[in-house]
Design a binder for this molecule. Structure first.
Ligand SMILES: Cc1cc2nc3c(=O)[nH]c(=O)nc-3n(C[C@H](O)[C@H](O)[C@H](O)COP(=O)(O)OP(=O)(O)OC[C@H]3O[C@@H](n4cnc5c(N)ncnc54)[C@H](O)[C@@H]3O)c2cc1C
Ligand code: SF4
Length: 554
């Protein structure tokens, strides 16, 4: 057969870009098909309206949506039309994917995350399994991500520090706000181990990437300096892979053992076919499952690689929630006020003291708490002030004065809790029998359910975070641990595993059922660890790139 490319990758984010980078550097002809637009650093601004109120980086919900089936406590299902309820699971449709918009809080998974079942045992109602690789198999690639994508930080010994092959991060930690010292003192008083949060942001310029300019608009905003380790700035811009933007892949075609072509629509809705030796799917967890389920033929009547019915199963998110406390000028000295209001510098503190903990003689897998200043976006900060102390809606002068006071004489310190969203039979991706998107393809259905243990663990973590805020002197402390999934931290749907009956992919993330199909976004993850996923996605994708290289070399 005549091939157009050695490797064709669907989706240009954290899962796809390491493959493009490695294989194009190894001399292979690589094409990346990306449904979103291409933005360069010079196109990027900190336009709050475009990001907060308009869908600049994500598909419009009247053109592309999801159906969400939310399972209630009594087992009944409530169906939400994403368009009708403005419930979006899109995260960043553009060259480089969601990694352009991430905050870049980077944590490695811990060795015990790879063997949840062996270490913590079965959990009733959850499909907990061990991974088919170990931390040691990924360590070299975690380190590679530090170097190639760029991670800044400070290695500090603590109870749950994962084994490292290098003593330091390649980039020194980013500049920190003085309020971190209040935090460190509070942790010391409480006997907690304060950790400086590693970030996928470079602190010194490197090649064409400038160092961070402390723009204050990081999470949800693309980076204009190239400092953020997005798949675009860190990988795609530094390799010769061809990236074709505004190319929506709608179908994979196969014979009994191989993918033979992918089909995509360009921006004028013209259909094209690409033939390659190897195909890599990395469209983010939900969309990868959806594309496989929508690609049916006589060999795979239930969707590509889905003859065992496992595609879409065991969808997971990062469980947990968030909380906050406010520091008011009236409680602070003049020096502390100045420190609090210092602009730009990061907070960057994490706690992992309860990554594993014991309660009533039972060991639990806990998680991570990241602390950060509230987002600088004035729209979201002002929106929080719409009600008075009695819970009544306010407007005009009263609202104006409240916003001015809160924004100029106080500041909010937030925290985010990350713990395992246990995989279950009730949380999975399917496709809708009737609803179609603008490309006339069946939309994805997100069937949601969170295991009760997720909430219990989240509560445990949040209560400890509150202790720190109290010790620091924060007021108006609140938190919300809920079963609502964070749409930006999604994994599972195409589990990897040794057993072809119970998993979609083998240990190298190749479909058991097809010789030349790999899936390298977070779909492969059977459990998610208690950290944000992206460092692991990048690391695993570099690992799979090495396996694909071996296959291409014959
Ligand atoms: C606001 C925000 C903050 C975040 N903060 C953090 C953080 O601090 N730490 C962390 O670890 N993670 C964070 N994340 C999550 C992180 O961005 C994701 O985990 C990671 O980018 C996922 O990589 P991916 O390759 O699976 O998907 P993506 O990066 O989303 O890439 C998938 C790409 O595939 C494209 N695509 C989809 N379907 C098709 C199709 N049919 N045809 C062609 N192309 C297609 C999409 O347009 C997209 O560009 C954050 C995300 C967001 C949105
Ligand atoms: S310059 Fe720094 S703070 Fe601003 S978006 Fe880039 S990485 Fe984030």
């Amino acid at each position: 057969m005549k091939y157009d490319y050695d490797v064709c990758i669907v989706g240009s984010g954290a899962g796809g870009a390491p493959i493009a980078y490695e294989l194009s550097h190894a001399g292979y002809k690589v094409l990346v098909l990306e449904k979103g637009k291409s933005f360069k650093e010079e196109d990027i601004s900190k336009d709050e309206l475009a990001v907060s109120r308009r869908d600049l980086f994500t598909p419009k919900l009247d053109e592309e949506k999801h159906i969400i089936n939310d399972r209630e406590k009594d087992g009944s299902i409530t169906r939400y039309d994403g368009e009708e309820y403005s419930w979006s699971f899109w995260n960043g449709s553009m060259v480089g994917g969601s990694s352009n918009l991430m905050s870049g809080y980077f944590h490695r998974m811990k060795p015990n995350d790879f063997k949840l079942k062996s270490v913590f045992g079965e959990v009733k109602g959850a499909n907990v399994v061990d991974w088919c690789i170990n931390y040691e198999d990924l360590e070299h690639y975690y380190e590679k991500v530090e170097r190639v994508v760029g991670v800044s930080g400070e290695v500090k010994k603590h109870s749950f520090l994962e084994p490292r092959s290098t003593a330091k991060f390649p980039h020194v930690k980013l500049e920190e706000n003085k309020v971190t010292e209040w935090f460190d003192t509070a942790c010391e008083n409480l006997g907690f181990e304060s950790i400086s949060t590693p970030r996928a942001i470079i602190s010194r310029s490197e090649g064409k990437r400038n160092a961070c300019s402390y723009s204050n608009f990081c999470g949800s905003y693309a980076c204009a300096t190239g400092a953020k380790g997005s798949a675009r700035a860190a990988l795609l811009q530094k390799c010769s892979a061809e990236v074709r933007a505004e190319s929506f892949v709608y179908k994979l075609e196969s014979d009994v053992e191989k993918i033979t072509a992918v089909y995509y629509y360009d921006k004028d809705l013209k259909s094209h076919a690409i033939k390659a030796k190897i195909f890599v799917l990395s469209a983010q967890a939900i969309e990868s499952s959806r594309l496989l389920l929508n690609s049916k033929n006589k060999y795979f009547p239930h969707g590509m690689a889905n003859n065992n019915g496992e595609v879409g199963k065991n969808l997971i998110f990062s469980a947990g929630g968030s909380g906050q406390g406010r520091f008011n000028f009236e409680d602070l000295t003049e020096k502390q006020r100045r420190e609090l209001m210092q602009r730009g510098l990061f907070f960057n503190r994490s706690l992992q003291d309860w990554y594993e903990y014991e309660e009533k003689g039972k060991n639990f897998k806990g998680g991570t708490i990241d602390f950060l200043f509230e987002h600088a976006n004035v729209i979201s900060r002002a929106s929080r002030e719409l009600y008075n102390d009695k819970g009544e809606l306010i407007w005009g002068k009263e609202l104006q004065e409240k916003i001015k006071k809160q924004l100029t004489t106080s500041k909010v310190l937030s925290f985010e809790v990350f713990n395992d969203w246990l995989p279950t039979d009730a949380c999975f991706v399917s496709v809708d029998a009737h609803e179609k998107d603008k490309f006339h393809m069946p939309v994805g259905v997100i069937n949601l359910w969170g295991h009760p243990q997720d909430l219990k663990v989240g509560e445990h973590l949040a209560k400890n975070a509150v202790k720190v805020l109290k010790e620091m002197g924060a007021k108006d402390i609140s938190y919300n641990i809920s079963a609502a999934p964070p749409p930006n931290l999604v994994a599972g749907g195409c589990r990897f595993g040794e057993d072809a009956k119970t998993s979609v992919l083998d240990k190298n993330c190749k479909a058991h059922a097809l010789e030349n199909l790999y899936v390298t976004d977070a779909s492969f993850m059977p459990t998610g660890g208690s950290v944000p996923y992206t460092w692991t996605i990048y690391a695993n994708s570099f690992r799979v790139a090495d396996e694909i290289k071996k296959v291409l070399q014959g």
